[in-house]
Design a protein around this ligand. Structure first.
Ligand SMILES: [Zn+2]
Length: 407
């Protein structure tokens, strides 16, 4: 049996006025995914417990079959592992975003304009992070450049009691209300303020502004964590798997679970990503002997954070046309029994511009389990009507990989 998960990050949403009261999943033309929904097991799954933050970290951990309550030890360690940064027991890792803040007199008054600094290129970002590193590193604190706006800070012997705010949660707000809290908060606050002083007039940013792009004019530190300890996916399920993603978080999560990283040229994490390449890479890996592939697609989530209604619909349509359609065709060609699961990790409602813990719609499609087609489509309301509810998200993988289609 071959198993493929197609995860559209943040696809689920609320009804949107601009879409005539439909959700993006309802508004999108997605005949291939809807065909799976008609003949598959459709339902809602609660990926993130209400008492945990609905990040892509906790949510993808659950979708991969790991109880986030038991295994979650922070977001940035997964990214560190994907970036091949060695972590000691005493290391605490932090996400270091390059963000765009508005121009105001004090740091506190400055508004979080863009958590991604216009999705700054990795090349430009590397120069900025290296310059920050020269001036902000200490014997215990180090910086590592990552992809686009996503970078890493590692602090040896740091405490773990932090109140740090994800920058995508405070878009449009003054940062003064959201400065670091915790025992050593003053260190991180001073570092963020100093980063702004270094970056405000940096030549890289002057050139970006001249090109009509937002400057990356501050570092923003959040997402603290320690090295996770996950049992291997193979030990849990006895199948060999791989993971396809553009983002270090998911690559690192896959690495921690012992899944093979599958590289796709042109995988970017945005709407310009190589959708078709992900389907092709998954099929190639299954042909080469893997039995499970986890395809993560970041684009709908980014559109949710950016409040780009039409682009979010478009991202879903591209997943349907360029990932699911060739995947189904390729799996049929392969001639082995297969199952496909389609779902988001969490909702990223356009109206909120951030993630929620709402249950999300899933499909488990098993062409071997014959079933009368139902008149249902893949969306939030249809999935609620279907009556299948999985309260503990991490158990969904057992159902997907198990033999039956129990709900
Ligand atoms: Zn996510």
């Amino acid at each position: 049996m071959k198993y493929v998960v197609v995860l559209g990050d943040g696809m689920a949403d609320y009804p949107v006025e601009q879409l005539g009261g439909k959700t993006p999943l309802q508004a999108a033309k997605k005949p291939n995914i809807d065909a799976l929904a008609r003949e598959g097991l459709l339902g809602l799954v609660k990926t993130v417990p209400d008492d945990m933050a609905p990040g892509s970290d906790t949510a993808n951990l659950a979708v991969l079959g790991y109880d986030p309550r038991k295994y979650y030890s922070g977001r940035s360690p997964f990214e560190a592992i994907s970036m091949n940064v060695e972590l000691a027991e005493e290391d605490v890792t932090f996400r270091c975003n390059l963000v765009t803040l508005s121009d105001h007199d004090t740091y506190e008054q400055r508004v979080m304009v863009d958590h991604s600094a216009d999705e700054i290129s990795s090349e430009e970002a590397r120069i900025l992070i290296e310059d920050l590193s020269k001036q902000l590193s200490t014997d215990e604190i180090r910086f590592f450049p990552g992809v686009s706006y996503r970078h890493l800070m590692v602090w040896h012997n740091a405490p773990l009691d932090w109140h740090l705010t994800p920058p995508h949660d405070i878009l449009g707000q003054a940062v003064g209300q959201h400065l670091p809290g915790g025992a050593r908060a003053e260190v991180v606050e001073a570092m963020m303020k100093k980063s702004a002083a270094i970056l405000d007039n940096h030549p890289v940013n002057k050139k970006r502004i001249a090109r009509g792009l937002r400057p990356a004019n501050s570092a923003w530190i959040w997402g603290e964590g320690k090295k996770p300890d996950l049992p291997a996916f193979y030990d849990k399920y006895k199948i060999r798997g791989g993971v396809i993603s553009a983002v270090d978080l998911i690559k690192g999560l896959g690495a921690c679970a012992g899944l093979t990283p599958l590289h796709v040229e042109g995988a970017t994490g945005n709407l310009q990503t190589n959708f078709r390449g992900k389907a092709d890479a998954a099929l190639a890996a299954l042909r080469d002997g893997l039995d499970f592939v986890y395809i993560h697609i970041e684009a709908p989530d980014e559109c949710g954070h950016r409040q780009e209604v039409e682009n979010k619909v478009k991202a879903i349509e591209l997943i349907d046309e360029l990932v699911v359609k060739p995947l189904v065709a390729g799996l049929q060609e392969l001639g082995e029994p297969y199952k496909i699961m389609v779902l988001p990790d969490h909702a990223t409602p356009l109206s909120l511009r951030t993630h929620t813990t709402d249950p999300v719609p899933f499909i488990i499609y098993d062409p071997g389990a014959k079933k009368e087609p139902l008149q249902q489509s893949y969306d939030e309301a249809s999935a609620a009507d279907a009556g299948n509810y999985i309260g503990e998200g991490y158990t969904l993988m057992d159902i997907f990989l198990g033999s039956g289609q129990e709900g």
